[in-house]
Design a binder for this molecule. Structure first.
Ligand code: PCA
Length: 225
């Protein structure tokens, strides 16, 4: 049986929200796993997926070193960073990380970078390496509300995403990217937000589609524009 190692990160706590889905979802998946039916139609029937959940501080300077430490320990094939996006109606599949920090409020260390590059020598942006088209197709089938997003913001989420993609640029066999969760709601029919169960199901499918893509890459499934 082929082994896959997947790191999924979230943030520990985020300004006054009761439930930060990015804190809960990775933990739930690490506990429950992402196994499918195991039948002949299950593309991951012969794959054991090991999920490592990691909680990160909402800190410009500390979130990436903490994620890197988890990556070095788990030596993953797939890294999915997640965060909460207040304005998202459903799951926002982030296409690109931009080389910019512009914080409207201080982070957990009381740091508030304004209009500054993350890496003065780095490229303006990085594309995700997650197969967003395949994931979206899967979400449509399963009725999971989602959009493609070209804006992960200018706060800690985008900085973590940029650093992750900067690291990934030197990796041959690692697929990684960033998924934003909406707020957690009680009702699945809300205009803005999804229930925690819907968000867990969505992230499970992100993992499954990415592992499936890793096994059988086909470049058209990576949506670059
Ligand atoms: N969302 C914030 C940081 C932590 C989180 O979950 C952001 O959008 O940058």
């Amino acid at each position: 049986m082929q082994q896959f190692s997947v790191v999924i990160s979230g943030f520990d706590h985020y300004d006054g929200v009761d439930v930060n889905p990015s804190c809960e979802v990775p933990r739930a998946l690490a506990e429950r796993g992402v196994a499918g039916s195991g039948g002949a139609d299950d593309p991951l029937a012969d794959v054991a997926v090991d999920i490592h959940a990691v909680g990160l501080p909402v800190s410009f300077s500390k979130s990436w070193p903490a994620l890197l430490e988890a990556i070095e320990a788990a030596r993953p094939d797939v890294v999915i960073a997640t965060g909460l996006k207040h304005s998202a109606r459903g799951i926002a599949l982030e296409r690109c990380a931009t080389n910019l920090m512009d914080a409207r409020e201080p982070d957990a260390d009381n740091d508030q970078p304004r209009r500054a590059p993350i890496d003065p020598d780095g490229p303006a942006a990085y594309w995700t390496r997650l197969p967003l088209r395949a994931i979206l197709k899967d979400f449509t089938k399963e009725d999971i509300p989602a959009t493609l997003s070209s804006d992960a913001g200018t706060y800690v989420c985008n900085t973590l995403f940029y650093n992750l993609m900067h690291w990934t640029a030197d990796q041959d066999r690692v697929l990684s990217g960033f998924v934003s969760f909406p707020q957690v709601t009680r009702s699945p029919h809300s205009q803005c937000g999804l229930t925690l169960d819907q968000q867990i199901a969505a992230c499970r499918n992100v993992v499954r589609e990415t592992v499936r893509y890793h096994l059988r890459p086909s470049s058209e499934e990576i949506l670059l524009a």
